[in-house]
Design a protein around this ligand. Structure first.
Ligand code: ME8
Length: 659
């Protein structure tokens, strides 16, 4: 009976299309899963999407969709991309799946009933228009960092998890399982930065937004998105909090490895193990935190149109070349740098020059000298032993690297097999042997040895480049070698190679490809600019800014206390730290004043310069985002939150009184 191997990726946020960095993780996990299958493990590979939370709720609103319709679209897109790059998952879980939501509710309740979760209150500073809590240190001059308005000290009811209760147990687990966190540097980070200073209780519910799994016994609250998301690893394989877990769960859990990125290691090596301890569930065997793929030569940014997406890369270079590139671009203990030029260089050097060239030369020579027939005439030389030694040692070297999750190093071992085989061609000079009839058998053996090296190397490369390796085996006319035989030389019998070999990787002309790529980036950038303009025209406000309830009657004297004048905007700019504020310089008769106004979502600075507006001129000055505001621009706001400034019906001097 084969051992099981349960491997997972992080589940991707459905806030938008995944870039090549997120896709890298799926390819990485896929190559591990494929290698384990090749080794003979009974692999279960789970991936999926993380679909709840405020950010997604906001994105959906901005797209004018319900959150569910929005995440349905993005989850489909993520699946499409995973399929495009050949991610061979067995299960794709979505956190909006019914069975998952039910289990999260049960888990929450169980933890509450056993006292690990308790109801408390969250203290902070609340900005009502923004519906946001802020800590003291986040405030700017004591005001909301987003809109610059006054904030109220508030308490919100929330549920908390008693993290500290399990801290010692977790430290013990780390000590007893030195292989739990990989690379080791990440473990030290967790111990020194989080466990040693002491764990704080974790707020595990939210009531300021709705798009989450409701706490079933207190429906004002939704479950904190990380508690929801992390449990996917058990709910996806059939965990049941009432003790009726499936056979599949019993077989697969604990997971053999969670593959995740470096930014979410804390969630997987502190929160997740503690939740599991509280549930009485065994901990995963390993958490592997990979580095990040960063764009060489500048940050990837949507507005620059230069974000690298897997589907573009696949369109330009093909699936396997993209898999090869991202896997080899990432070192184990660090981040990896990627670029369009980098893909071209790697394809030209490793795939076209080394692998492709070896395959095409070998097939061409077999056709030319022996009508495509490859067989061993057993005329051996010492140089053959050197080739055979490299080829037969490769499997175990690769396995050792794969066991340490050194994927780039494992692939480099395969490439060194192909490099050695190319060198063997130079050493044996088949074209010279062909000229001498008496050396025909030696030539046969040379081509046989090369073909063996190609088949064994391709078999070992299959987890990383599945389609290419299969194609090579088909062209050679020999099956890919099983794992158990991948360290044995000389198993091919007599075979016939194809007469019409395909070019595996054509050499790319960097200048030509980059011209096309740059044109695509430019086109995207323009589209994004157009969209921004359309959005500006729409000017859809998200919330009403002001209290629209009926006010108490006042005397004319009360109204008389308000000084309203016409102000002319002579300059205007955005306030750097805020999305909502504009800084206006206005002329009011002889005076020039600065006014900070929360209308940046409705008007651009350019639209306001030169306009005459109604302004309250005797409000006491106040500081907003560090700028002293000396008045208030008066606007009208309708029930839907649409805003319009007030301007005189005909031209009138600035400084004129409004009464
Ligand atoms: O973190 N290079 O989702 P996510 C390499 N939903 N990996 C990268 C990367 C980059 N440039 N950018 C992101 C989440 N990643 C949560 C996970 S799991 C219970 C919940 C990795 O879509 C990132 O580190 O933001 C993470 O492992 C994965 O992509 C998904 O990121």
């Amino acid at each position: 009976m084969k051992d099981k191997f349960y491997i997972t990726t992080a589940i991707a946020y459905t806030s938008g299309k995944p870039h090549i960095g997120n896709t890298y993780e799926a390819i990485l996990a896929d190559s591990v899963a494929r290698f384990k299958r090749y080794e003979g493990y009974d692999v279960f590979f789970q991936t999926g999407t993380d679909e709840h939370g405020q950010k997604i709720e906001e994105k959906a609103a901005a797209a004018n969709l319900t959150p569910k319709a929005f995440v349905d679209g993005v989850a489909e897109e993520i699946k499409r991309i995973w399929d495009l790059v050949g991610v061979s998952y067995d299960k794709f879980i979505r956190t909006t799946d019914d069975y998952h939501e039910k289990q999260v509710q049960k888990i929450f309740k169980k933890l509450y009933e056993q006292g690990d979760i308790y109801k408390g209150s969250y203290e902070g500073w609340y900005c009502t228009p923004c519906e946001s809590f802020w800590t003291e240190s986040q405030l700017v001059d004591g005001k909301c960092p987003d809109c610059g308005r006054e904030v109220k000290k508030s308490q919100e009811e929330a549920y908390f998890f008693k993290m500290s209760k399990y801290a010692d147990q977790l430290m013990q687990y780390y000590n007893d399982h030195p292989e739990f966190i990989l690379p080791i540097s990440r473990k030290n980070e967790m111990v020194n930065n989080f466990l040693k200073p002491g764990l704080q209780d974790l707020c595990v519910s939210r009531s300021s937004f709705k798009w989450g799994i409701p706490v079933d016994f207190d429906s004002k609250h939704v479950v904190y998105v990380w508690l929801d998301a992390l449990t996917n690893y058990i709910t996806g394989v059939g965990y049941d909090a009432d003790g009726n877990s499936t056979e599949q769960y019993n077989k697969l859990w604990p997971a053999d490895v969670h593959i995740i990125g470096k930014d979410i290691i804390r969630f997987h090596t502190i929160y997740w193990p503690i939740f599991l301890m509280a549930l009485g569930v065994p901990l995963p065997k390993k958490v592997y935190g990979h580095g990040w793929l960063l764009q060489d030569g500048g940050k990837m940014s949507k507005s620059k149109g230069n974000v690298m997406y897997a589907d573009d890369l696949v369109e330009y270079f093909g699936k396997d070349a993209v898999r090869y590139y991202v896997l080899t671009a990432m070192p184990q203990d660090n981040d990896g740098l990627i670029s369009w030029e980098g893909v071209i260089d790697t394809i030209n050097s490793d795939l076209a020059n080394v692998y492709g060239n070896l395959v095409s030369r070998t097939i061409a020579m077999s056709n030319k000298y022996f009508g495509g027939i490859v067989e061993d005439a057993k005329v051996n030389k010492t140089v053959d032993d050197e080739l055979k030694a490299v080829v037969t040692a490769a499997r175990d070297k690769i396995k050792a690297k794969m066991d340490e999750y050194r994927i780039a190093d494992a692939i480099a071992e395969v490439i060194s097999v192909f490099r050695r085989a190319n060198k063997y061609i130079d050493e044996t000079m088949p074209w010279a042997l062909a000229k001498d009839e008496s050396k025909k058998d030696r030539l046969k053996t040379v081509l046989y040895n090369l073909t063996e090296a190609i088949i064994i190397g391709s078999s070992l490369l299959t987890p990383f480049m599945p389609d290419t390796c299969k194609k090579v085996a088909d062209m050679i006319g020999a099956p890919l070698r099983e794992y158990d035989d991948a360290n044995k030389f000389g198993l091919i019998d007599s075979i016939k190679v194809t007469e019409t070999p395909e070019i595996l990787f054509a050499r790319l002309d960097s200048v030509k490809v980059m011209e096309k790529v740059n044109a695509m980036i430019e086109e995207r950038r323009e589209k994004i600019e157009d969209k921004k303009d359309e959005k500006k025209d729409e000017k859809k406000p998200e919330v009403k800014l002001h209290d629209h309830s009926k006010k108490e009657p006042i005397d004319i004297d009360d109204f008389g206390k308000v000084e309203l004048k016409i102000a002319k905007v002579i300059a205007c700019e955005k306030v750097e730290k805020s999305k909502k504020l504009l800084k206006l310089t206005v002329k009011v008769g002889e005076e020039t004043r600065t006014v900070v106004s929360g209308i940046a979502l409705y008007y651009t600075p350019e639209e306001l310069v030169g306009k005459k507006l109604a302004m309250i001129t005797n409000l006491k000055p106040c500081k907003l985002c560090g700028i002293v505001s000396e008045g208030m621009i008066v606007c009208a706001e309708d029930e839907n939150g649409n805003i319009a400034y007030l301007t005189p019906e005909k031209d009138i001097a600035d400084g004129s009184m409004i009464f």
